[in-house]
Design a protein around this ligand. Structure first.
Ligand SMILES: Nc1ncnc2c1ncn2[C@@H]1O[C@H](COP(=O)(O)OP(=O)(O)OP(=O)(O)O)[C@@H](O)[C@H]1O
Length: 337
């Protein structure tokens, strides 16, 4: 059995259709009208223990809705979720011991009491043995540097400090799985780096399973070995970054430095149809081509018939470029899984 099993998961929101103004409000009281918004549509996936999975999609794709169902906050409209053998909605209390949750946009720490006290309260709530609690405070405290501000209430912390404290709070009971919904939103580069390094470390050293949503693809490439892409509530892709690039980044790019400029009427585009040649600097060209049509060798060979090549490098497509295309709807739905 997998640690996380999601089968035919759907979530519809009932949205009130209210007309504007006081009369609209009164009309709605007398004869309310609603329509349904399908936020998550028939999603299936499994996650094994120790995996680190990015759950990504454009704004409104259904990521937070899925995470809320996985944590047991929201009841699915239909379908099943099983986390470590439990349905998170039906067995909400037992299930909290299996999961840690970080929502980048809000905190689970008590606002007015020192962080240290928030952690102690969580110790009581989760019934954590003293030895485990002390070891975790030491381990997480050292790596994330929370010891410096343990005496401060959450309201007095900077966003970066608060996020680090939130991550400790979510892991203090040693859950086998942690969900992070936009954990690096608004953080500076240094704190972001620290958070990503930490997540990688606990995934590797403790085998903590990670499910992360982020709009920052840099974080995703650093932390996650698998990517699930959703769009309009449906799963579009499930695999690793290399597969994503191999399957959907058809175009590759060679950056070539030449001894002198190509003549304005360059014939290379006629001889190699569908390539694009863009001059980016003096004697420097970026040549994009479809890797199913040409090899880099074809391009270099043909170009060298026209003028001497001083240097060249091959530029790999980035996950960011591919994902941007998916979000913009430029990649056909043919790869729905
Ligand atoms: N409580 C709600 N009531 C009605 N509609 C909702 C509710 N929460 C979310 N939605 C709608 O469901 C869809 C999915 O929203 P969700 O918040 O899951 O997307 P998301 O992928 O997390 O987006 P973002 O990246 O912007 O956070 C959106 O169209 C949103 O407007």
């Amino acid at each position: 059995m997998s640690l996380i099993e999601v089968n035919s998961l759907c979530k519809n929101y009932k949205i009130a259709d209210k007309e504007q103004g006081l009369s609209g409000m009164l009309k709605h009281i007398v004869a309310p009208k609603y329509h349904m918004k399908e936020a998550v549509k028939d999603i299936n996936f499994t996650v094994e223990k120790g995996e680190s999975v990015a759950y990504i999609g454009s704004n409104g794709a259904g990521k937070s809705t899925t995470i809320k169902m996985l944590t047991g906050i929201l009841k699915p409209t239909s379908g099943n979720i099983c986390i470590n053998g439990l349905d998170p909605y039906k067995h909400r209390i037992q299930s909290t011991k299996n999961i840690g949750v970080v929502f980048g946009q809000r905190t689970q720490l008590w606002w007015d009491i020192p962080i240290r006290e928030s952690f102690s309260m969580l110790k009581e709530i989760y019934e954590i043995p003293n030895s485990v609690y002390d070891a975790n405070i030491k381990y997480f405290g050292e790596i994330l540097g929370v010891s410096e501000f343990m005496g401060y209430p959450a309201r007095k912390l900077s966003l970066g400090q608060r996020m680090r404290a939130d991550i400790v709070a979510s892991l203090i009971h040693n859950p086998p799985v942690i969900y992070l919904d936009e954990p690096t939103i608004g953080l500076d580069v240094a704190v972001k780096e620290r958070v990503c390094e930490f997540l990688k470390k606990i995934n590797k050293e403790r085998g903590t399973t990670i499910l992360l949503t982020s709009h920052d693809l840099d974080d995703i490439e650093k932390v996650c070995s698998r990517i699930i892409v959703i769009d309009h509530g449906k799963k579009l892709f499930d695999g690793d970054a290399a597969l994503l690039k191999r399957k959907y980044a058809y175009n590759r790019c060679i950056v070539v430095k030449t001894a002198y400029d190509l003549p304005k009427e360059n014939k290379i585009c006629n001889e190699l149809p569908n390539i694009t040649v863009e001059k980016t600097d003096s004697h420097v060209y970026e040549i994009s081509f479809n890797q199913d049509e040409y090899s880099a060798y074809n391009i270099i060979q043909k170009l060298s018939e026209y003028l001497p090549i001083v240097d060249f490098s091959l530029r790999e497509p980035s996950v960011e470029q591919v994902v941007k295309k998916i979000y913009n709807g430029e990649i056909e739905r043919e790869f729905e899984v």
